[in-house]
Design a protein around this ligand. Structure first.
Ligand code: NOJ
Length: 753
């Protein structure tokens, strides 16, 4: 049911226009959403009825049906709360879940509306199964290309991550489910993340249980790593998960500076801090350091174990009370005290979520190379298609998270707690069969990529001459381990080279968790097309086939740089117990530009089957009077009963940037104008940083005035002396571009502060 205060704007995007779901939803779907003040007051009332023992018990999780469970108090008609993975659907091996496209994939759509729609669909599944807290979104930065969990996050830029986090938090919370931003903070590698966690005795041996320390300065913390968490808090985030690692030498779950100082102090986060599973390293220090609940179980450190410390005065009762208020406030904030569905993790609550999942899958795919319009396949001239590679079909071990690595098949998501067992998964080969039938195209395939006899013999098939060859390669990674290298599974590079040596129209489909080294084959003259299919979720096949056959015009953009040499990234996994973030704010494209390194493909890059022009750039101060203004709409779409922008005005719109975008080609398509900002010297910024974007869908010949908004925070830098966001006086350059490559800048202007 659509409430009257919904604004539904339908934009026609796909070629056929039949699967378009580009509606903008504003507001919640009718649950009892409250303000934080109301929620806190209800939580205070609840806690006032608890004994000290009950309060202490509630500071630790308990065993139960979910991956994390909060103790029920039947006397108060409180049935407890369920915490469940993952950021990309309801995970932890439950039945009847949708495996949505991964975080890295939704980020690659650069489409806030789709981000919201995807999160709302995820939220509906969590709610439908009776889960109170969703353990997502994940927003650790893609600082290290080999990080095993990059696929769960939103890429390498803090602004882009922040915008994705914002849409996710509101999409999920508008369904009455609490979002949990994780992993707070600076959890950018798996190596040494929690040594000794598995050995219970190590929980009391401080030397064995301590993880690596991410060491960084205050400016870098604020401008890069804290940014997406701050956006989440502004969105109205209910919960946050502290991470396994240490930050500047103190474990993240007892880090007074990051938890009490930055999060609860500076950002004024009113919700709860839960530990990552087994990330609590102490009792008293954690309670005092800002942790509110030890997951998955109290007992060693918090829960009943903290009672003696309260009795002997090491931890005040008021701190314990505060912990429970924070744990309960999100529950009341989103009206979970009224009519929340009973827990049944295997209940099918997927509704028609496949529609948004398929749309996101297609929207996040990125066309990297398309020599002489090799794509889309034109059935009247390309009526023979050859498919190579295990990654085109189903894994022979089903959908198990770890199975993908040994039993190569199409990857819908990466592995670990972020993995969702898909209710079904449609592989590319199956969908290509359907398209081939509809378009009278003949299809041949070899999915055993080590069967070189079959591969070589295919080159001599009747009809091979003139065929288009689709080569599928993939790269998998998982929580718990970082990648060994940036190459594909099972010799994928070799497969591309063999096919390209024989097929003049070779198109490579890259099904990868994160960065991949394309150098062994990218310059081969027979590699005429490259489509980055990313981590697209269980609707992979239909989405990909639509793009390959031109039923959907690709428009995704890279959310990280693809380097020519792995060392070009300048940052990597640390194998010692310390990871020094010495690059400071010069991460990814900021680093490549600073060091003048030409990458293979720039951050923000992606091609289309159509072309665009940009014109009439206009910069003006925000217009808050006119309700139709970009600033007013910006505020309206982002405001909820529970949003939490604070009183500092940091999230107030201060500039409107307008320009006209025109689709000058022959087919429908989308472009992503990207606003890069250059700061005065005082701000000590990289040459340019991303501060705005929009994904704009246009029919052939159609034009649109695009409006981007800059907030006060967007034009500020973190002044470490004043401990404030400051606007440096001077000239600011605005570049409207289609990637971080300066050669892609379309419009340029400036403003003065
Ligand atoms: C550990 C992971 O780091 C975290 O992301 C997840 O939510 C918990 N385990 C629960 O499975």
């Amino acid at each position: 049911m659509v409430n009257s205060h919904f604004i539904v704007a339908v934009l026609l995007v796909s070629f056929t226009c039949t699967t378009s779901i580009h509606s903008i939803w504003i507001g919640n779907v009718g649950f009892q959403n409250r303000t934080w003040a109301q929620a806190i007051s209800l939580a205070k009332d609840f806690v006032s009825k608890l004994t000290l023992e009950e309060k202490c018990n509630m500071t630790g999780g308990v065993a139960g049906g979910c991956v994390g469970n909060v103790l029920p108090i039947p006397r108060l008609n409180f049935n407890g709360m369920c915490y469940q993975d993952s950021p990309s659907g309801v995970g932890d091996r439950v039945a009847h879940s949708t495996a949505f496209s991964a975080g890295i994939h939704i980020a690659a759509t650069w489409d806030r509306n789709l981000g919201y729609q995807r999160a709302a669909a995820i939220g509906r599944e969590f709610r439908g199964k009776g889960v109170h807290f969703a353990l997502g979104p994940m927003m650790n930065m893609d600082r290290n290309a080999r990080h095993g969990r990059d696929w769960e996050g939103f890429g390498a830029d803090p602004y882009l991550s922040g915008e994705n986090a914002f849409a996710y938090v509101q999409g999920v919370q508008d369904q009455g489910v609490v979002a949990t931003a994780k992993h707070y903070i600076c959890n950018e590698q798996e190596t040494n993340r929690n040594p000794g966690f598995l050995a219970r005795e190590n929980r009391v041996n401080p030397n064995a249980r301590i993880a690596y320390s991410a060491n960084l300065d205050d400016k870098t913390m604020h401008e890069i790593y804290l940014w997406p968490f701050a956006s989440s808090v502004a969105a109205g985030l209910g919960s946050i998960m502290c991470s396994y690692n240490q930050v500047n030498g103190t474990p993240a779950c007892q880090n007074d500076k990051t938890l009490n100082g930055l999060l609860k102090g500076e950002l004024q986060f009113p919700g709860n801090v839960m530990s990552d599973w087994g990330a609590t390293k102490s009792g008293v220090e954690s309670a005092l350091g800002g942790l509110d609940i030890d997951m998955p179980r109290g007992g060693d450190f918090l829960g009943s174990a903290i009672l003696p410390a309260v009795k002997n005065g090491s931890v005040s009762e008021s701190r314990i009370t505060d912990m429970i208020i924070r744990n309960m406030a999100p529950f009341y904030l989103l009206g979970q005290d009224e009519g929340f569905p009973q827990l049944d993790l295997d209940r099918d609550a997927s509704g028609n979520n496949y529609i948004v999942n398929r749309e996101v899958a297609a929207a996040g795919m990125i066309l990297l190379k398309n020599t002489n319009n090799a794509l889309p396949i034109n059935p009247s001239t390309d009526n023979m298609v050859y498919v190579y590679g295990g990654a085109a079909g189903q894994s022979d071990e089903g959908y198990r998270s770890g199975a993908s690595q040994q039993h190569i098949g199409a990857l819908y998501q990466g592995g670990g707690s972020g993995f969702v067992d898909p209710a079904y998964g449609i592989d590319p080969l199956s969908s290509l069969m359907h398209k081939s039938r509809d378009n009278h195209v003949q299809i041949r395939y070899v999915t055993n990529q080590n069967d070189f006899g079959a591969i070589n013999s295919s080159f001599h098939d009747r009809g091979f001459t003139g065929a288009k060859c689709l080569v599928f390669i993939s790269a998998f990674s998982s929580e718990g381990a970082d990648r060994h290298d940036l190459y594909s599974l099972d010799g994928g590079e070799n497969l591309v080279q063999i096919v390209a040596a024989n097929c003049p129209k070779t198109i490579v489909i890259v099904n990868s968790v994160a960065q991949l080294n394309l150098e062994p084959w990218i310059d081969h003259p027979n590699v005429v097309g490259v489509l980055w299919s990313g981590m697209p979720g269980q609707e992979y096949g239909p989405a990909l086939a639509d793009i390959l056959f031109g039923d959907y015009n690709p428009g995704g953009k890279l959310v990280f740089t693809l380097a020519k040499k792995d060392t070009d990234f300048g940052t990597d996994i640390s194998t010692t117990m310390v990871s020094e973030y010495t690059e400071g704010v010069f991460l990814d494209y900021r680093h490549f530009e600073q060091k003048d390194i030409t990458p293979r493909y720039y951050f923000g890059f992606g091609l289309s089957y159509t072309t665009f022009t940009f014109s009439q750039l206009d910069i003006s101060k925000s217009n808050n009077e006119n309700k139709q203004s970009a600033s007013a709409q910006y505020r309206q779409t982002r405001t909820r009963s529970y949003s939490n922008f604070g009183s500092s005005g940091l999230y107030d719109p201060v500039y409107e940037i307008k320009f006209t975008l025109t689709n000058t080609g022959k087919v429908n398509g989308s472009e992503v104008p990207q606003l890069y900002l250059g700061f005065p010297a005082e701000a000590q910024q990289p040459r340019k940083v991303l501060r705005g974007f929009d994904r704009v869908y246009l029919g052939p010949g159609q034009s649109k005035q695009v409006s981007l908004v800059l907030t006060q925070k967007d034009i500020s830098y973190w002044n470490v002396v004043k401990q404030q966001w400051i606007v440096a006086p001077g000239d600011y350059t605005v570049w409207i571009s289609t990637s971080a490559n300066n050669a892609d800048v379309k419009l340029q202007s400036s403003f003065h502060e």
